[in-house]
Design a protein around this ligand. Structure first.
Ligand SMILES: C[S@@+](CC[C@H](N)C(=O)[O-])C[C@H]1O[C@@H](n2cnc3c(N)ncnc32)[C@H](O)[C@@H]1O
Length: 210
Protein backbone atom coordinates (compact mmCIF):
# COMPACT_ATOMS: atom_id res chain seq x y z
CA UNK A 1 0.00 0.00 0.00
CA UNK A 2 2.50 2.60 -1.17
CA UNK A 3 1.69 6.19 -0.49
CA UNK A 4 -1.37 5.95 1.75
CA UNK A 5 -2.23 9.52 0.83
CA UNK A 6 -5.76 9.08 2.18
CA UNK A 7 -4.60 7.54 5.48
CA UNK A 8 -4.07 3.92 6.48
CA UNK A 9 -7.65 3.17 7.51
CA UNK A 10 -9.24 4.56 4.35
CA UNK A 11 -6.62 2.76 2.26
CA UNK A 12 -7.35 -0.55 4.05
CA UNK A 13 -11.09 0.00 3.59
CA UNK A 14 -10.70 0.50 -0.18
CA UNK A 15 -8.53 -2.60 -0.60
CA UNK A 16 -10.76 -4.80 1.57
CA UNK A 17 -13.70 -4.27 -0.76
CA UNK A 18 -11.89 -5.24 -3.96
CA UNK A 19 -13.12 -8.44 -5.61
CA UNK A 20 -10.69 -11.38 -5.78
CA UNK A 21 -8.41 -11.41 -8.80
CA UNK A 22 -7.94 -14.40 -11.15
CA UNK A 23 -5.08 -16.86 -10.58
CA UNK A 24 -2.49 -15.18 -12.85
CA UNK A 25 -3.06 -11.62 -11.58
CA UNK A 26 -3.14 -12.84 -7.96
CA UNK A 27 0.16 -14.66 -8.53
CA UNK A 28 1.69 -11.45 -9.96
CA UNK A 29 0.56 -9.54 -6.88
CA UNK A 30 2.17 -12.14 -4.61
CA UNK A 31 5.40 -12.10 -6.66
CA UNK A 32 5.53 -8.27 -6.58
CA UNK A 33 5.00 -8.24 -2.82
CA UNK A 34 7.63 -10.91 -2.18
CA UNK A 35 10.27 -9.39 -4.47
CA UNK A 36 9.57 -5.69 -3.88
CA UNK A 37 8.39 -4.97 -7.44
CA UNK A 38 6.55 -1.62 -7.33
CA UNK A 39 3.30 -2.36 -9.19
CA UNK A 40 0.22 -0.12 -9.27
CA UNK A 41 -1.80 -2.70 -7.36
CA UNK A 42 -5.47 -3.65 -7.82
CA UNK A 43 -7.16 -0.38 -6.77
CA UNK A 44 -5.29 1.76 -9.32
CA UNK A 45 -5.42 -1.08 -11.86
CA UNK A 46 -9.22 -0.97 -11.72
CA UNK A 47 -9.13 2.76 -12.45
CA UNK A 48 -6.88 2.22 -15.49
CA UNK A 49 -9.21 -0.57 -16.61
CA UNK A 50 -12.26 1.65 -16.24
CA UNK A 51 -10.67 4.58 -18.09
CA UNK A 52 -9.57 2.32 -20.95
CA UNK A 53 -13.10 0.93 -21.22
CA UNK A 54 -14.89 4.29 -20.98
CA UNK A 55 -12.57 5.87 -23.55
CA UNK A 56 -12.53 2.84 -25.85
CA UNK A 57 -8.72 3.03 -26.02
CA UNK A 58 -7.18 0.33 -28.23
CA UNK A 59 -3.68 1.58 -28.97
CA UNK A 60 -1.86 2.03 -25.68
CA UNK A 61 1.80 2.77 -24.95
CA UNK A 62 3.07 2.00 -21.47
CA UNK A 63 6.34 3.54 -20.24
CA UNK A 64 7.69 1.31 -17.45
CA UNK A 65 5.90 -2.04 -17.28
CA UNK A 66 8.04 -4.17 -14.90
CA UNK A 67 6.47 -7.67 -14.71
CA UNK A 68 3.48 -6.59 -16.82
CA UNK A 69 0.87 -6.21 -14.08
CA UNK A 70 -0.61 -2.92 -15.30
CA UNK A 71 -0.15 -4.17 -18.89
CA UNK A 72 -2.46 -7.17 -18.32
CA UNK A 73 -5.20 -4.97 -16.85
CA UNK A 74 -4.93 -2.58 -19.83
CA UNK A 75 -4.88 -5.44 -22.34
CA UNK A 76 -8.00 -6.99 -20.82
CA UNK A 77 -9.82 -3.65 -20.73
CA UNK A 78 -8.95 -2.82 -24.34
CA UNK A 79 -10.09 -6.22 -25.64
CA UNK A 80 -8.97 -8.58 -28.44
CA UNK A 81 -8.37 -5.80 -31.03
CA UNK A 82 -6.01 -3.95 -28.69
CA UNK A 83 -2.40 -3.05 -29.47
CA UNK A 84 -0.55 -2.56 -26.20
CA UNK A 85 3.14 -1.66 -26.01
CA UNK A 86 4.95 -3.05 -22.97
CA UNK A 87 8.31 -1.37 -22.24
CA UNK A 88 10.89 -2.02 -19.57
CA UNK A 89 14.63 -1.60 -19.21
CA UNK A 90 15.12 -4.97 -17.55
CA UNK A 91 15.04 -8.03 -19.88
CA UNK A 92 14.40 -10.36 -16.91
CA UNK A 93 11.19 -8.43 -16.17
CA UNK A 94 10.19 -8.72 -19.83
CA UNK A 95 10.76 -12.49 -19.82
CA UNK A 96 8.61 -12.90 -16.72
CA UNK A 97 5.94 -10.61 -18.20
CA UNK A 98 5.81 -12.63 -21.46
CA UNK A 99 5.10 -15.74 -19.46
CA UNK A 100 2.26 -14.06 -17.56
CA UNK A 101 0.79 -12.63 -20.81
CA UNK A 102 0.74 -16.11 -22.36
CA UNK A 103 -0.92 -17.64 -19.30
CA UNK A 104 -3.47 -14.80 -19.16
CA UNK A 105 -4.28 -15.34 -22.86
CA UNK A 106 -3.48 -11.74 -23.87
CA UNK A 107 -0.05 -12.22 -25.49
CA UNK A 108 -1.34 -11.47 -29.02
CA UNK A 109 -2.44 -7.97 -27.94
CA UNK A 110 0.92 -7.00 -26.43
CA UNK A 111 4.24 -6.02 -28.06
CA UNK A 112 7.08 -6.50 -25.61
CA UNK A 113 9.96 -4.02 -25.96
CA UNK A 114 13.07 -3.88 -23.78
CA UNK A 115 15.24 -0.78 -23.40
CA UNK A 116 14.63 2.87 -22.62
CA UNK A 117 10.91 3.59 -23.01
CA UNK A 118 11.59 7.26 -23.76
CA UNK A 119 13.68 6.23 -26.76
CA UNK A 120 11.63 3.22 -27.84
CA UNK A 121 8.46 5.29 -28.28
CA UNK A 122 10.24 6.96 -31.24
CA UNK A 123 10.46 3.61 -33.02
CA UNK A 124 6.70 3.01 -32.96
CA UNK A 125 4.89 5.12 -35.58
CA UNK A 126 1.44 6.66 -35.22
CA UNK A 127 -0.55 8.13 -32.38
CA UNK A 128 -1.84 6.44 -29.24
CA UNK A 129 -5.27 6.50 -27.62
CA UNK A 130 -3.67 6.23 -24.20
CA UNK A 131 -0.17 6.55 -22.73
CA UNK A 132 0.63 5.35 -19.22
CA UNK A 133 3.77 6.76 -17.57
CA UNK A 134 5.35 4.74 -14.74
CA UNK A 135 9.13 5.07 -15.31
CA UNK A 136 11.78 6.44 -12.92
CA UNK A 137 10.34 9.57 -11.32
CA UNK A 138 13.24 11.87 -12.24
CA UNK A 139 12.37 11.09 -15.88
CA UNK A 140 8.75 12.22 -15.60
CA UNK A 141 9.26 15.66 -17.26
CA UNK A 142 11.16 14.03 -20.17
CA UNK A 143 8.52 11.30 -20.44
CA UNK A 144 5.85 14.01 -20.66
CA UNK A 145 7.71 15.75 -23.48
CA UNK A 146 7.95 12.44 -25.37
CA UNK A 147 4.37 11.35 -24.71
CA UNK A 148 2.41 14.51 -25.40
CA UNK A 149 2.99 14.80 -29.17
CA UNK A 150 2.26 11.07 -29.55
CA UNK A 151 -1.16 11.18 -27.96
CA UNK A 152 -4.12 11.60 -30.28
CA UNK A 153 -6.57 14.44 -29.76
CA UNK A 154 -9.03 13.21 -27.11
CA UNK A 155 -6.46 10.70 -25.85
CA UNK A 156 -5.66 10.03 -22.21
CA UNK A 157 -2.33 10.45 -20.46
CA UNK A 158 -2.24 8.53 -17.18
CA UNK A 159 0.66 8.76 -14.73
CA UNK A 160 1.23 6.92 -11.47
CA UNK A 161 2.88 8.18 -8.24
CA UNK A 162 2.09 11.85 -8.83
CA UNK A 163 1.72 12.49 -5.08
CA UNK A 164 4.91 10.49 -4.35
CA UNK A 165 4.04 9.57 -0.73
CA UNK A 166 3.18 13.23 -0.07
CA UNK A 167 6.77 14.34 -0.70
CA UNK A 168 5.56 16.61 -3.50
CA UNK A 169 4.17 18.98 -0.86
CA UNK A 170 7.62 19.71 0.59
CA UNK A 171 10.74 21.44 -0.67
CA UNK A 172 12.69 18.61 -2.22
CA UNK A 173 16.35 17.96 -2.85
CA UNK A 174 16.10 14.52 -4.45
CA UNK A 175 15.77 14.15 -8.21
CA UNK A 176 12.74 11.85 -8.04
CA UNK A 177 10.56 14.25 -6.02
CA UNK A 178 11.72 17.20 -8.10
CA UNK A 179 10.85 15.25 -11.25
CA UNK A 180 7.31 14.56 -10.05
CA UNK A 181 6.83 18.17 -8.88
CA UNK A 182 7.98 19.52 -12.26
CA UNK A 183 5.74 17.04 -14.08
CA UNK A 184 2.71 18.13 -12.03
CA UNK A 185 3.41 21.82 -12.63
CA UNK A 186 3.77 21.20 -16.35
CA UNK A 187 0.56 19.21 -16.82
CA UNK A 188 -1.45 21.91 -15.03
CA UNK A 189 0.29 24.67 -17.03
CA UNK A 190 -0.29 22.85 -20.35
CA UNK A 191 -2.66 24.46 -22.83
CA UNK A 192 -3.64 21.11 -24.34
CA UNK A 193 -4.04 18.93 -21.26
CA UNK A 194 -6.96 18.85 -18.83
CA UNK A 195 -5.45 17.19 -15.74
CA UNK A 196 -6.87 15.85 -12.49
CA UNK A 197 -4.70 14.22 -9.82
CA UNK A 198 -6.70 11.52 -8.08
CA UNK A 199 -5.40 10.79 -4.55
CA UNK A 200 -5.83 7.02 -4.91
CA UNK A 201 -2.90 5.03 -3.46
CA UNK A 202 0.16 7.17 -4.39
CA UNK A 203 -1.73 9.63 -6.63
CA UNK A 204 -2.67 9.10 -10.27
CA UNK A 205 -2.72 11.97 -12.77
CA UNK A 206 -5.43 11.61 -15.38
CA UNK A 207 -5.14 14.05 -18.29
CA UNK A 208 -7.20 14.38 -21.45
CA UNK A 209 -5.52 15.93 -24.46
CA UNK A 210 -7.63 18.48 -26.32
C1 LIG B 1 6.97 1.24 -11.06
S1 LIG B 1 7.61 -0.01 -12.07
C2 LIG B 1 6.34 -0.29 -13.26
C3 LIG B 1 5.18 -1.01 -12.69
C4 LIG B 1 4.10 -1.34 -13.71
N1 LIG B 1 3.66 -0.16 -14.41
C5 LIG B 1 2.93 -1.94 -12.96
O1 LIG B 1 2.21 -1.18 -12.30
O2 LIG B 1 2.73 -3.15 -13.04
C6 LIG B 1 8.77 0.87 -13.01
C7 LIG B 1 9.51 0.03 -14.03
O3 LIG B 1 9.99 0.90 -15.03
C8 LIG B 1 11.27 0.50 -15.44
N2 LIG B 1 11.89 1.72 -15.95
C9 LIG B 1 12.26 2.82 -15.28
N3 LIG B 1 12.69 3.78 -16.12
C10 LIG B 1 12.59 3.23 -17.37
C11 LIG B 1 12.85 3.71 -18.68
N4 LIG B 1 13.32 4.93 -18.91
N5 LIG B 1 12.60 2.88 -19.72
C12 LIG B 1 12.11 1.63 -19.52
N6 LIG B 1 11.84 1.15 -18.31
C13 LIG B 1 12.06 1.93 -17.26
C14 LIG B 1 11.91 -0.14 -14.24
O4 LIG B 1 12.80 -1.15 -14.68
C15 LIG B 1 10.72 -0.73 -13.50
O5 LIG B 1 10.55 -2.09 -13.81
Amino acid sequence: MAGEITGRNVEKYIYKMLPKRDAVVAEMERYAEKHGVPIIGPAVARMLYLLAQISGAKRIFEMGSAIGYSTIWLARAAGPRAEIYYTDGDPANAQRARNYFRRAGVEKRIRVMTGDALKMIDSVPGKFDMIFIDVNKDQYPSALRKALPRLKSGGLLLTDNTLWSGKVTRKAKDAATRGVQKFNREIYASRVLFPVIIPLRDGVAVCRKA
